[in-house]
Design a protein around this ligand. Sequence first.
Ligand SMILES: [Ca+2]
Length: 114
Amino acid sequence: MARTNSEVVFQDFFPSMVERLGAEGFIAELCNGFRLLMDVEKGLITFESLKRNFMLLGLQDLSEDELLCMLREGDLDGDGSLNQMEFCILMFRLSPGLMNGSRRWLEGAVVNGL
Ligand SMILES: [Ca+2]
């Protein structure tokens, strides 16, 4: 089974990270990811910062439409960009295995860790 869509990758990747890093370490990794992608001046992930930083990370295979979808899906307060909380929630939602398996401690970790 060699499926390569992003959902499958996230699903396999995140639970093993949680196992390795623990809840706090995993949240810290997500925050690092957020900082990698954010607009440094605004402290938010915008479409421009997402596009620019994905290029820098060598992830330019994603189309602008896909980036825009990701941004729209994660943008809970409708300001057109992702803050740290919105980014973390989006990452959890992209990982169904993580959500199903570890929902309770994850909610606690988000509340305490951010
Ligand atoms: Ca937002």
